[in-house]
Design a protein around this ligand. Structure first.
Ligand SMILES: NC(=O)c1ccc[n+]([C@@H]2O[C@H](COP(=O)([O-])OP(=O)(O)OC[C@H]3O[C@@H](n4cnc5c(N)ncnc54)[C@H](O)[C@@H]3O)[C@@H](O)[C@H]2O)c1
Ligand SMILES: [Zn+2]
Length: 360
């Protein structure tokens, strides 16, 4: 494990971020969530690369369950198959689940852990940047349904999170960039200096994979997300700030039929929503320009694809969980480093007419 190891302590678990940390999964599991047997849940891209290394740290009493990679498999069917497989393999109450993969595996394996035998412990071992800085933190687990994403699930906090940035070397480049969009988001929400550091790294992320740049980045993003989640475990208020870029981002992602990566759609969403924030007078002048430049330098999109119609995007925001009483709510920045809207529960309702103006 690198000397630059970092730890972020949450109320009920700790997050370890270090190059080489994968080798410590067994020790952490035996110390924090000891079990008779360990169920490693991973996907068809990650398992061939990393599951054997994790299994080796766990000893004889582990077994690998591999699901097909991709969001289309984050379903109740996959959950049912996994729980059936666990039962068929003789797993019982004395089980710890190890979620080894990106956010899809994290959400799904977390939901298996939340429900199997009415709940068993689990460790998050995130392998994508998005999972390291976002999906593995906060205890939200679940699956997608035909009616929409993440509509069935449970809050279930992991016993520990172990993030090894060396694993990012094999993550496809577009997924690395998509993850950086969420790191930029954390900077906008809470820390202007961090925003600048992410923007700098994002100009050439590959060149930082052999240094501790990503260790620092993951640690700071986890601190920011953890701090917000700690203040608001069930999304009553301040947790809404994490939705910056996501109201329009989700709408764009949906209108692309999910051909755009989530982080790419969120990047465009952040640029558009910061323009909206300036337009309605809650953001300082120059906020959008700074965000747009960083997004551009990161090779991420600054707007919706030209073929996408403003009316369709608006329509899609209405289906969003954040739509309340016919008006759509946005989490908007006051400037890079601070969010607006504390007095209205961190959500600012904006009329479609204004949103349409910034979309065209
Ligand atoms: N629970 C939460 O709070 C939360 C927050 C944000 C996102 N999410 C969820 O996370 C999911 C998206 O996560 P994601 O972007 O990690 O997607 P993902 O899990 O599909 O991973 C992206 C791709 O990269 C591959 N991959 C992952 N790590 C790799 C590695 N180290 N080397 C090579 N390939 C690797 C995966 O197999 C997959 O093909 C969505 O389902 C989203 O809803 C959850
Ligand atoms: Zn997101």
């Amino acid at each position: 494990v690198s000397a630059a190891a970092r730890e972020v302590v949450l109320p009920t678990y700790r997050v370890t971020i270090a190059r080489g940390a994968l080798a410590s999964v067994g020790d952490v599991a035996r110390t924090i969530a000891p079990a008779h047997r360990y169920a490693i849940i991973s996907d068809s891209n990650v398992a061939p690369r990393y599951a054997a290394a994790v299994a080796a740290t766990l000893g004889a009493e582990s077994r690998l369950f591999t699901i097909p990679a991709g969001e289309t498999h984050k379903t109740r069917d996959t959950w049912a198959a996994l729980t059936d497989d666990l039962l068929a393999a003789g797993f019982a109450r004395d089980t710890t689940v190890i979620a080894l993969g990106g956010g899809v595996v994290g959400d799904l394996a977390g939901f298996v852990a939340a429900t199997f035998m009415r709940g068993v412990p689990y460790l998050q071992v995130p392998t994508s940047l998005l999972a390291m800085i976002d999906a593995s933190i906060g205890g939200k687990t679940g699956v997608d349904t035909r009616a929409g994403k993440n509509l069935v699930g449970a809050f279930h906090q992991p016993s520990a999170v172990i993030a090894d940035p060396d694993l990012l070397r094999t993550l496809p480049a577009d997924h690395l960039r998509a993850g950086l969009a969420e790191a930029l988001k954390h900077g906008v929400i809470a820390d202007s200096d961090y925003f600048a550091a992410v923007a700098e790294l994002a100009r050439n992320p590959e060149s930082h994979l052999d240094s501790d740049g990503f260790t620092d980045l993951v640690a700071r993003s986890v601190e920011i997300k953890a701090d917000i989640v700690r203040r608001d475990e069930r999304e009553g208020g301040v947790r809404k700030t994490l939705n910056f870029g996501h109201t329009l981002g989700h709408a764009i992602e949906l209108c692309s039929d999910y051909s755009m990566l989530h982080g790419a759609a969120v990047a465009a969403g952040m640029v558009l929503e910061s323009a909206l924030a300036e337009r309605i007078g809650v953001a300082a002048e120059g906020t959008r320009a700074r965000i747009q430049q960083a997004v551009l330098d990161a090779g991420l999109p600054i707007r919706a694809p030209r073929a996408m119609r403003a009316g369709d995007i608006l329509q899609a925001t209405r289906g969003d969980k954040k739509a309340r009483g016919g008006r759509v709510e946005y989490a908007l920045p006051a400037r890079v480093g601070a969010m607006a809207g504390a007095e209205s529960g961190w959500a600012i309702a904006v009329s479609d007419a204004l949103v349409r103006e910034i979309l065209i």
